[in-house]
Design a binder for this molecule. Sequence first.
Ligand code: SF4
Length: 215
Amino acid sequence: MNTCTYASAECLEACLFTAGRAEYLPSIIEARVAKTVFLHENRALFLESVQADLRSLRNYCIKHSTRKTPMTPATRPNGTTDMAWLGMWIADNNPDIQVYDYTKLPKAWLRVRSNYHLTFSYSGHNLSDAIACLAHGVNVAVVFDTRKGRKLPESWNGYTVIDGDMHDLRFLDPKGVVVGLRAKGKARKVDSAFVVKTNGTAPIGQKPAFVTFAA
Ligand code: SF4
C-alpha cells in the first residue's frame, strides 16, 4: 500500500518515520504500520476510530480550557503518510478542529480549507511545484543540512526562510515563506537533493555566514 504517491526514492530513504522517538523505539514504527494496515483493511472502522480519538481530543481541550488560556484542538493526520483525502475528510467532518499537514502532492492550494492548512514539502525534484505553491500562498518546507543550534539560511529562491523547528504548529506560520527545517533521523546521514546544502551557518545568535541558496 503506497500512502505517498509523490515520494521520491531519497525521501523514502530519509523519511521522518525514522526520526524522533521512533529512532530508538521500534514499537512506534510497528504501531504506525498497524494503523496503515487497519485503514487498508477496513476504512469505515478506521475512520470511526479517528473520530473517537478526535472526540477525546475535543473533550480534553474543553476540560482544560480557561477563559485566559482557551485550548483549540489541532491534529496532523499525515505524520508519515501523504493521503490528501484523509486530511480533507477530517477537516470537513470536524469543522471545530484545526487540521494541518505537510504534503508533496502538487497544487496543494486546491485542498486547503478554512480549517485545513497545508505546507508543501520540497523533495529536491519538485522545484516548479514548490514555487507554484508559494505563488498561491502555500508555504514550502525545505530541509537544510544545518545542524541543531545553528542558524538556518535567511532565504531560499528569493523567499524568506523561517525557523520551522521552533514548533510544529504550521497553521500559525506567516504566509508566503519557506519553512526551514534541520535534517533529522536518517536525513542527517543521507547525501541527497532532499537535504539542501548550506556550507555551514552561524550559531544561533550570530549573523549567518551564508544567506541565500538556490536549489
Ligand atoms: S511521509 Fe513524506 S518523507 Fe515520508 S515517504 Fe511519504 S512523502 Fe516521503
